[in-house]
Design a binder for this molecule. Sequence first.
Ligand SMILES: *Cc1c(COP(=O)(O)O)cnc(C)c1O
Length: 440
Amino acid sequence: MSNETEADLTGVAPRVAPKPKVDEIGGRKLKPATLMMGHGYDPSLSEGSLKPPIFLTSTFVFPNAAAGKRHFEGVTGKRPGGAEGLVYSRFNGPNQEILEDRLSVWEDAEDALAFSSGMSAIATLFLSMVKPGDTIVHSGPLYAATETLIARILGKFGVKWLDFPAGATREEIDKVLTEAATGNVALIYLESPANPTNALVDVEAVAASRDAIFTGDGKPPIAIDNTFLGPLWAKPLQQGADIVVYSLTKYAGGHSDLVAGGVLGSKEHINTIRSMRNTIGTICDPNTAWMLLRSLETLELRMSRAGENAAKVCEFLAAHPKVEKVGYLGFLERGEDKRQADIYRRHCSGAGSTFSLYLKGGEPEAFAFLDALKIAKLAVSLGGTETLASHPAGMTHLSVADERKAALGITDNLVRISIGVEDAEDLIADFSQALDAIGG
Ligand SMILES: *Cc1c(COP(=O)(O)O)cnc(C)c1O
């Protein structure tokens, strides 16, 4: 948190000197799971409180007028590098800054920003990077609200878009980027795996294509929504993405009790997005930031357990006579799609815990199954401690046109499942009895 630098700036010594950051011991770089308990917070600045207090304040007192002026030079961009201290809670606060420091750790990003929702993070990213006449090139499908934001909302302001399917090959990506390059491409925006198809985007191929087609100054940054597999099972900055976007509402928050978003990347990109966030106020509140700090302490535990559970549940489901198919990333290696399996091997360290279950039959069978579930809850969303199940065709994708639904594999027999951290055998017992209840 920035109090550390504030003392140097103002010449006012804090009551207790802050302890130096520990992120390495004897040349060993500490792992995120270790750093989540202390990184970015010094108890001696908060009365020795082990956990950071929630700073409920709208504004911050300057030690003197010169310090106040210097902060505003940072906030307004008159001086590069942003504010060096805290100014006003629409710009930042201690809880959000600790959260941002810890979010960066997971993907080795230079910097990060916290937002009031995944969508406000995405909207702020777009607003900071595109202007009328620009083109956004994106993989498809995207989270429905992101598609609406690009096509219907930014479209109203003269922003154009072009897309390629999530599983596209280098040649297909080249074709779309070459066509787009006749205009001004402001941003390449990806989402992987795509929802609900689970198709993975080849980020390395997108980066190679971008670098081949755009040379010189006009190189558009590559941003990617990493909500489904991040930060544990996918780290797209390592494959050539420049900016990573999160709905922290999902696995990062992980308890289905908050809504928040995050953006990670280089200092340069983050500064661009930060000025827009400062202007429009899409930062998350201190209480939500505090809850996320608590969540991040168990992130690796929760995601690991959910991932192990999903592997067991999917094995059970795939072998069941009432199941047509299980769309689970963990099965790519044994499937026919060599290209998707190859992307998985290069980009992912785990299969996640959200997958598609295609039952034999149609809507009646899917509804009978959903209505019979006793442990799994019937709700949209994902990444929480509890297992959730929903019916995309009748719920999240109800308003999607029939042809597009068919193209995306959103059939009436599709159930989306997000596995939580319950006992795996209990979950299997629940799915087993719910399958038995179909047609019974
Ligand atoms: C949920 C979700 C979002 C939107 O996040 P909110 O926190 O609900 O605003 C964006 N992208 C993906 C992939 C999501 O699952």
